[in-house]
Write a protein that binds this ligand. Structure first.
Ligand SMILES: [Zn+2]
Length: 462
């Protein structure tokens, strides 16, 4: 039985969808105004593991993901600019071109990481009409009010507001940042429709019964989730932990306000990724993309392997050293699997342990350790081959292509070591063998062995 942590109940629960074997799942997709980095991609790999685990348990997953190409403001309190218009200015392109450029960058990264495409992809700008209808429903039910700035949802009218964080409206009010929109009744109220600023021509704006403007960010997810999955109650909704307090809290309020039914059974949230112990930021210059990972000589699946080592609910600390370690482990795994031939009847014992690990709230670090235990076990290679191919359906590490991949993955040697190797080569050419040996020892201390062959120096991780 699959068990998964549900943010709504703050418990690990048995997973029981409404209409098994069907699982309706909605994933908050990227806001396509800038590059998606390895922190974003960690979350999508996490979702991919969830989808594959559901598949492995014989559920039939229908996954909808949105692409936010309008309406996501730079601040969570309905002030600031639209991220898309800001991105367009930054890159000197139109809003529509920015959206295309970064959607492609996102899917290129996703493909490199073996993330399966969602069944249905929905762009916010393709569903403006439906969002307007959704707002009208809320209007009819008395949840909205209009001010100079736009149409707002009145959170005080929804008694369960804040249920996802466990903080009720009163507490939220106390903790909220005071960045108030004039005329807003409660701190927790949020924009459903924002009016275009007077005297300013926006690149994206639409006519509506409320006035010329554009939808708020939250409304697109409720609208497209319910439309795309064709149900008012979803089995699973995923996102980052940064979505809990505002975005998903507001999705619940407006969806349940409109339908009168529970919006989502299981809320699944992924934790952050930090780099060298710090939050990623432009000023530190530690924002990395999958392209950068590949540029530095890594296999993108080494990054996937690295992600799997940290549980999705834990904060992950990315370092280039850790990625080097992951690439070495991944290469070793590929090397081992490439030796196996003729898959035949697998090992039930290890397949059972693997299933237990993934079904225990997606414990992928444990699942990987089961894979290694199987490799080291006494089972015949044909059985190992069969079981590992099965496990790879969840891992998504290209193990079925181990033979082809084997030649492609190289050990990434740190620059420090590369410089020492060059120095040693020079010394050997000059005949200074004692000094060259000195350097060999230095390299050893850094964790690498070197072998001299006719074709040149081969570097191995100790
Ligand atoms: Zn969303």
């Amino acid at each position: 039985m699959l068990k998964i942590y549900n943010t709504l109940t703050r418990k690990v629960e048995d997973f029981k969808p409404l209409n098994p074997p069907v699982v309706n799942m909605y994933t908050c997709g990227p806001t396509v105004y800038d590059y998606q980095h390895i922190g974003h991609m960690r979350r999508y790999v996490g979702d991919d593991i969830l989808v594959r685990t559901l598949d492995f348990n014989n559920f039939k997953v229908k996954q909808v993901m949105n692409i936010t190409d309008v309406g996501h403001l730079t601040s969570d309190s309905d002030t600031g600019e639209d991220k898309m218009e800001k991105g367009a200015r930054k890159f000197g392109m139109s809003v529509w071109d920015i959206a295309k450029k970064f959607e492609k960058q996102f899917f290129d990264s996703a493909r490199a990481l073996n993330i399966r495409k969602p069944d249905i992809l929905m762009h916010a700008t393709d569903y403006i009409k439906e969002q307007i209808v959704f707002i009208q429903t809320l209007e009819k039910k008395g949840f909205t009010y209009k001010i100079d700035d736009g149409v707002y949802f009145d959170a005080s009218k929804f008694p369960d507001y804040g249920i996802l964080t466990g903080q009720r409206s009163e507490e939220l009010k106390k903790g909220a940042r005071v960045e108030f929109v004039k005329g807003k009744r409660n701190v927790t109220d949020f924009a459903l429709w924002k009016f275009s600023p007077k005297g300013e021509k926006r690149q994206m704006e639409w006519e509506s019964p409320f006035g010329l403007g554009f939808p708020g960010w939250h409304i697109e997810c409720s609208t497209m989730a319910i439309k795309g999955l064709d149900t008012e109650t979803l089995d699973i909704h995923t996102g980052g932990i940064d979505h809990i307090a505002i975005h998903h809290t507001n999705e619940i309020a407006q969806s349940e306000g409109a339908t009168g039914r529970q919006f989502v059974k299981y809320w699944v949230h992924h934790n952050f990724l930090h780099v060298d112990g710090a939050k990623m930021s432009k000023s530190i210059g530690n924002i990395f993309t999958v392209e950068e990972v590949v540029r530095r000589g890594f296999d993108p699946l080494a990054l996937r392997y690295l992600y799997l080592q940290t549980h999705y609910r834990q904060e992950m600390n990315f370092t280039w050293d850790a990625l080097e370690g992951a690439q070495i482990a991944y290469k070793r795994l590929i090397d081992e699997v490439s030796k196996f031939k003729n898959p035949k009847i697998g090992c039930a014992e290890f397949e059972g342990k693997f299933l237990d690990a993934i079904n225990d709230d997606l414990n992928m670090a444990k699942a990987l350790s089961v894979v290694w235990d199987l490799i080291k076990s006494d089972y015949p290679d044909s059985a190992k081959a069969e079981s590992i191919l099965k496990m790879n359906q969840v891992l998504g590490l290209d193990l079925e292509k181990a033979k082809e991949k084997k030649k492609k993955i190289k050990i990434v040697v740190p620059q420090e070591v590369q410089i020492l190797i060059e120095e040693r080569n020079k010394l050997r050419k000059q005949g200074s063998y004692t000094q060259a040996d000195h350097i060999r020892n230095k390299i050893k201390k850094l964790g690498f062995n070197i072998k001299d062959t006719k074709k040149g120096v081969i570097v191995e991780k100790i």
